[in-house]
Design a protein around this ligand. Structure first.
Ligand SMILES: [Fe+2]
Length: 180
């Protein structure tokens, strides 16, 4: 039997997630829920709101992986997560650009790296190239690294900057409605 493991770590290296294929598409998982708290705050309420939603969608996908949901529900969870992440990244870059953040290029390079990884996984999911649960777990792994390596480090650096100059804004999923 093919066995696949995914181990995720966050804050201090504690194991966040383990997933093991046990045959017949079933998954055995010990993934705990990812809970947002103030240690993840970047000091900008709209961005914190986006990240709270990101956490919720990661947990939704985690539930789909471990809960034996059908392909349609898995697809919905993966699509919602991918769309929200892409939306949040764009929203952040617009915010940084409008406010003249001096390290925007570094942010964009980092975003592109994570977004590229997610896009490749999402394309494989849409092409039905691999088990959706395996791809979903890999997607969670990338996003957990994004939270650990990018949000709590790079994004925190602009919290203080933006709080001094930023204009009013809203979480990205609210901005989507402004175009209709
Ligand atoms: Fe960022």
């Amino acid at each position: 039997m093919a066995v696949r493991r995914v181990s995720l770590t966050i804050n201090g290296g504690a194991t966040l997630s383990k997933l093991r294929k046990i045959g017949g598409g079933a998954m055995e998982t010990t993934m705990p829920m990812l809970e947002w708290d103030e240690t993840f705050s970047v000091g900008v309420p709209a961005m914190d709101a986006d990240n709270r939603r990101l956490f919720a969608l990661i947990n939704d996908l985690r539930g789909s992986i471990s809960g034996g949901t059908d392909g349609k529900q898995m697809g919905k969870a993966i699509t919602s997560l991918y769309n929200h992440f892409a939306c949040g990244i764009l929203s952040e870059e617009v915010r940084l650009y409008k406010n003249g953040y001096p390290a925007l290029d570094e942010q964009v390079r980092d975003h592109d790296r994570y977004l590229g990884q997610l896009r490749r996984l999402y394309a494989r999911f849409l092409a039905e190239d691999a088990d959706g649960k395996i791809l979903g777990a890999e997607l969670i792994e990338v996003l957990t690294e994004y939270v650990r390596e990018h949000v709590v480090r790079a994004d925190r650096l602009f919290g203080e900057f933006l709080n001094g100059v930023r204009t009013a804004d809203a979480p990205c999923w609210m901005n989507q409605d402004s175009w209709s």
